[in-house]
Design a binder for this molecule. Structure first.
Ligand code: GLN
Length: 442
């Protein structure tokens, strides 16, 4: 989709100002009842005018004139970086995250900052201090999270694409519930410089879009080594052959209707391409959630110590919501000196075991497939337990723990509620994953 628009803008069939104005008008008209966008970039139109001048002179960038929305935990100079928390309400970014710089360099335009679960803690969008946003594809259901506004913004037609962050599923989960595509890159392939981190061992920034190709176009421009993020690196972009692929369907528990949609699609695609498919089990993957949370609690607790109200914002414990407080208290407990780091180290060991299991599986299979989320999103306002909330991510945390790339693509719906399917590839094989994921798109 965006490739065509880029071409149209280049050929003068559409200009940046009209594109950006179209989105801003739509947001102004519809966002009030939807709560997707927390802040509009009031310089966006002037920036679009500048971009139109550049296009006229023949030096427009690769995304010249496109508009994107940004999760409120990614720094954009002059915009409100609230992380959807009262802690940072009114705090404005003083620099651009690396991903933002890379997109602006290509003349893409920030449309605004979007809603999310507070500090990226959550899987439903309900933990935002500013209230949950609407799921445009199933309005009585939660949008998913934590990148709720990034997914809902694409589904609502408020932008060409958006950026989210994914620690344990926060890009793929809302993409699945809102019926759009969401991409979690290999750990280290996209710089996190300028991301307000939740868990440094797991976080990745990634794109959400209307289709696989849109996400790939954006990924190609944000990826790569950045000296300000020491874990960032360049992976080999080789795609390899697409014939004779072996697809592994990993046995994991999820709702029956969801599995049905996923396996139907898999069989359609392997038949068309004459690929092979097999189902298999992996050790330790049922421990994903138990492994994920001690790591997150520990790293989140440590990361939030800077929000003590002295330098900026308010003291986090004084104003944050229930889930953020749970993680801070939990993190402070399990990291107490008398435990000698026992829980954190054990969780890191389990993470390594899961990583090794996947490495083994990728010797046998080129791709691994599972549903994105094991159940349908609950109704807005319905109360669910903390355990049920954590279990929303039982199938997405695996990619973060194994440091591998994962994409969620729409695979159909159950009674009108969108369902996503997850495709996983070996670490660093992002370009290969994009190529095959297109085969699974309708
Ligand atoms: N829902 C998971 C959590 O609450 C994942 C969040 C994320 O990926 N940022 O930790």
């Amino acid at each position: 989709m965006i490739k065509q628009k880029i071409k149209d803008i280049k050929e003068g069939k559409l200009n940046a100002v009209d594109n950006i104005k179209g989105f801003l008008d739509k947001i102004k008209k519809e966002n009030d009842g939807m709560n997707i966008v927390l802040q509009i970039n009031d310089k966006a139109l002037d920036q679009a005018k500048e971009v139109d001048k550049k296009i006229k002179d023949g030096d427009g960038g690769k995304l010249a004139g496109l508009g994107f929305l940004v999760k409120s935990n990614i720094n954009v100079e002059g915009m409100m970086i609230s992380c959807a928390s009262k802690t940072l309400e009114g705090y404005n970014g003083v620099y651009n995250a690396r991903v933002i710089d890379r997109l602006i360099k290509e003349d893409a335009i920030v449309l605004g900052m979007v809603n999310m679960d507070e500090f990226a803690c959550g899987a439903t969008g309900e933990n935002s201090a500013f209230g949950v946003c609407v799921n445009p594809r199933a309005s009585d259901r939660i949008p998913g999270g934590s990148s709720s506004g990034s997914a809902a913004g694409v589904a609502a037609g408020f932008c060409d694409f958006s950026l989210g962050s994914d620690t344990g599923g926060s890009i793929r989960n809302p993409a699945s519930h809102c019926g759009v595509v969401g991409y979690k890159p290999s750990y280290g392939s996209v710089s996190r410089y300028g991301l307000v981190d939740m868990s440094m061992s797991l976080d990745q920034i990634g794109p959400l879009g209307n289709d696989v190709e849109d996400c790939e176009v954006v990924f190609d421009l944000i990826k790569g080594r950045d000296e300000n993020d020491s874990v960032s690196r360049d992976f080999d972009a080789k795609v390899g052959k697409l014939n004779g692929l072996k697809i592994g369907v990993l046995n994991m528990s999820s709702d029956k209707e969801i599995w049905q949609l996923v396996t139907d699609r898999v069989h359609e695609v392997i038949k068309k391409n004459s690929w092979n498919v097999g189902s298999f089990n992996l050790d330790y993957v049922d421990l994903g959630i138990q492994t994920y949370y001690p790591i997150v609690y520990t790293e989140f607790f440590s990361g939030t110590r800077k929000f003590d109200g002295r330098k900026y914002g308010k003291k986090i414990e004084d104003v944050c919501g229930e889930e953020v407080l749970r993680r801070i208290i939990g993190g402070s407990e399990i990291t107490k000196a008398e435990h000698g780091g026992r829980y954190y180290h054990k969780a890191l060991k389990a993470k390594k075991l899961i990583e090794k299991e996947f490495e083994k599986a990728f010797k046998k299979y080129d791709l691994i497939i599972i549903p994105t989320v094991p159940r349908l999103p609950h109704k807005v306002g319905e109360k669910i337990s903390v355990e049920d909330c954590y279990n929303y991510d039982s199938l997405t945390v695996l990619a973060n723990l194994a440091e591998i790339p994962g994409i969620s693509i729409p695979v159909g719906d159950v009674d009108g509620i969108p369902v996503g399917m997850q495709i996983l590839a070996a670490k660093g094989r992002d370009k290969f994953l994009f190529k095959v994921a297109r085969e699974f798109e309708k």
